[in-house]
Design a protein around this ligand. Structure first.
Ligand SMILES: [Mg+2]
Length: 246
């Protein structure tokens, strides 16, 4: 019996990647001499720097501000710029990033469909980030009105895929882990992590259909279904054939 659906936030419900691309492009436009590289390539490079340095933050190698600083300094390098104040530079990006905040187009329809198909279902968001930043995103997009609780790794001191963070999400909304499923865009961090924590299921949202054979084999070995959009979630969770015996 599914009593709760737990979600990742960035790139699962919230269009983080789109906002990052818009943010860096607009930020570069405000800077003199920063137009000489291609927008799409620079957005990709900026995103890859986030992946690298944010992972170092999650691994405890950098603090939150430190990973922002590292991203700004590395990004500036091909422009021959040594940023005197990387924090201020990052704040410039951040303002454009925040202005572009939006949910992914299938997020609200998915929550509505789940509410109808699974009466009384509870929702939580579990995110590898700092609490304040994620709360702000949820308020600005009105997601906070629909989600029962938000668990952020920054407040808890453990990051996904540590089982403790998934279990904390279940505890806060008062459901047994076996009665909860987790949906996220990262196979190991999100979906397999949730299964390993003892949740009733982990679902991998592979939005860009980029799964490798190795990933598909890992998903199958962990009993993780793969979906391409959140529109597939309600049919998946209400398909009796998918439910596991208690
Ligand atoms: Mg994500």
């Amino acid at each position: 019996m599914i009593r709760a659906v737990l979600f990742d936030l960035d790139d699962t419900l919230f269009d983080h990647r789109g906002a990052v691309a818009a943010g860096i492009t607009l930020h570069r436009r405000t800077l003199s001499g920063w137009q000489r590289f291609d927008d799409a390539a620079e957005a990709r490079r900026w995103y890859e720097l986030e992946e690298r340095h944010y992972h170092r933050y999650l691994a405890g190698e950098l603090d939150y501000q430190g990973q922002r600083r590292a991203r700004a300094l590395d990004f500036a390098e091909p422009y021959g710029e040594t940023l005197e104040d990387p924090d201020a530079w990052f704040d410039g990006f951040r303002a454009h990033y925040e202005a572009a905040w939006t949910l992914l187009p299938d997020a609200l329809t998915c929550l509505d469909a789940l509410k109808t198909a699974l009466p009384g279902v509870r929702f939580a968001v579990i995110t590898n980030s700092v609490l304040d930043a994620q709360l702000l995103k949820m308020r600005r997009t009105a997601l906070d009105e629909r989600i029962d609780t938000l668990v952020a790794s920054g407040e808890l001191g453990v990051v996904k895929p540590d089982p403790a963070i998934f279990l904390e999400g279940c505890r806060r909304i008062g459901v047994s882990p076996a009665d909860a499923v987790y949906v996220g865009d990262r196979l190991r961090t999100d979906a397999i992590g949730a299964v390993d924590a003892g949740l009733g299921g982990g679902i991998w949202l592979d939005r860009d259909n980029g799964a490798t054979d190795e990933q598909l084999a890992a998903a199958e070995a962990s009993g993780v279904p793969v979906i391409r959009t959140l529109d597939e979630l309600t049919p998946l969770l209400t398909d009796a054939a998918l439910r596991r015996p208690a």
